[in-house]
Design a protein around this ligand. Structure first.
Ligand code: ATP
Ligand code: MG
Length: 368
């Protein structure tokens, strides 16, 4: 997948821009606070259907304006495609190939991108929530029904927690109500579990090899999806039955806690390096290598499942990598498409196909 053009109007600090990208390595460079990440944010919006930093779309509107518009033209296996999103007050306009679409879920899924930004560097050391977030984003890009199952799961979980809280306070609850939410949770959880399990086994295949390539000592990486469900169970109905069993057997503890203690919202992705927990033992350099390996593998899994490589968006992370890893990224992914942001363009010397200077929300390509 290759993004050819990105246009924006009144988006963050961009009054108006029209940027053309090349296949290969595209570099957006410039001083701090000029609008490099803003472009990455705009492009990635089409992949996730929301911003990766703002909580609300209205934060994306240029200060003093009433709405914004973003547009992307890209080439996929299907041919040339376009996506457009605009908001003005309460109005939302979404278009795919010039036809209006009503739901954000119809927008996501066509344009594939993998984002790597500085917050990701905490993936190894941070808490399980970060790794669940990684799994959710990555799995939703690969399995279309994932988002729906996950949001249904969250709703069921909220309702079940509400009932547990009431029971904790000694209020009378009809047991059938709790059972019905447990049943729904188990149903959605079984789908989420199987998607995540499949995803992690694919990811692990690539990540191990990439880490070996980029690490000095040929380090061994292993990934394990931790869920409390026995690994041998593969049949969905059996996975669901297992969740029902766990939820029933832990009810007393859950009433005491007032929350649901088991399920995909508590899972983790265990990362081991040379047989030891990376969270506890990986050095700074090892953590960076592991996250880089995970991000590159995320792209490989998209290719494996969806048939083509995503666009790689590397925001401000190149300077965090040492020379050897930087070169690996630039030469290995350079054959696909990558958009990199950094302050110092010398970091990419000799590798770029397109250099765009960014200053005050203006973008000037060296090719023009
Ligand atoms: P750095 O190198 O520090 O990461 P950057 O070039 O990536 O910088 P951006 O994050 O793209 O910078 O932000 C550029 C500018 O956009 C910042 O000065 C920020 O304050 C400004 N900005 C953010 N949101 C808005 C908005 N809604 N309206 C106008 N300007 C905004
Ligand atoms: Mg930035």
């Amino acid at each position: 997948m290759i993004i050819k053009r990105f246009r924006a109007e009144n988006f963050r600090n961009i009054e108006k821009c029209d940027i053309e990208f090349s296949p290969g390595v595209n570099l957006l460079y410039g001083k701090n606070a000029q609008g490099k990440t803003n472009v990455v944010e705009g492009i990635y919006y089409f992949s996730r259907g929301k911003s990766f930093r703002g909580r609300e779309d209205k934060e994306l509107i240029r200060f003093g304006c009433e709405g914004f518009r973003i547009f992307a033209e890209y080439e996929s296996d299907v041919g040339r495609e376009t996506l457009e999103y605009a908001m003005f007050g309460k109005e939302r306009l979404r278009k795919k190939n010039d036809y209006k679409i009503s739901k954000v879920t119809e927008m996501i899924g066509s344009f594939k991108a993998v984002l790597f930004y500085p917050d990701d560097l905490g993936l190894v050391k941070d808490g399980p929530e970060e790794r669940r977030g990684f799994l959710n984003v990555a799995a939703s890009a690969c399995y279309t029904p994932y988002i729906k199952y996950y949001s249904d799961y969250k709703k069921a979980l909220e309702n079940r927690n509400c009932i547990l809280k009431m029971m904790q306070k000694g209020l009378y609850i009809d047991n059938r109500e709790l059972q019905s939410w447990s049943e729904s949770m188990a149903e959605y959880a079984s789908h989420i579990y199987l998607f995540r399990k499949d995803y992690v086994s694919r990811l692990s295949k690539y990540a191990g090899k990439i880490l070996k390539d980029i690490s000095d000592g040929g380090e061994e990486l292993s990934l394990c999806y931790e869920s409390g469900i026995s690994e041998e169970i593969e049949d969905r109905a059996e996975v669901k039955a297992e969740y029902v069993k766990i939820l029933t057997s832990s009810l007393d503890r859950e009433i005491a806690a007032g929350v649901t203690l088991f399920g995909p919202h508590r899972d983790d992705l265990e990362i081991r390096i040379n047989g030891k927990s990376a969270r506890s033992f990986a050095s700074q350099g090892q953590q960076r290598s592991i996250v880089l390996a995970l991000k590159l593998s995320e792209g490989e899994v998209v290719k494996e499942i969806c048939g083509e490589y995503p666009v790689f968006l590397f925001d401000d992370v190149l300077s965090e990598l040492d020379e050897r890893r930087r070169q690996y990224v630039l030469s290995e992914i350079g054959e696909r498409q990558i958009i990199i942001t950094c302050c110092d363009k010398n970091e990419c010397v000799g590798f770029t196909d397109n250099e765009i200077e960014v200053s005050g929300g203006q973008y000037v390509s060296a090719h023009r």
